[in-house]
Design a protein around this ligand. Sequence first.
Ligand SMILES: [Zn+2]
Length: 107
Amino acid sequence: MLGTIPDKIEYDERELRILWKDGKECRFDLLSLRKNCPCANCRGGHELTARRTTGHIQSIGLTSWKKVGRYALQLSWSDNHDLGIYTYDMLREACDKGTSYMPPDER
Ligand SMILES: [Zn+2]
């Protein structure tokens, strides 16, 4: 599936941008990504716990990323948290649906 293979990955202080092999570009708000960290620590298996764990975060920066196998990205955050593995499937799905990780409308 070309749609879940990243061609180019970039980030700045606000967002992560992925250009997929099929030509689509997705933008992800960093704070939303951090708050939605899929790791066990942040999720705790319960939605409510997840909110409590990451709910206080007001701002965040991305310090680095690396590819995990052929299926995911591991993001390292400015709060020294780097356990979250964000699968390409999950990122692409969120992008296609325009839901959880999309940046808030700035207009
Ligand atoms: Zn986490």
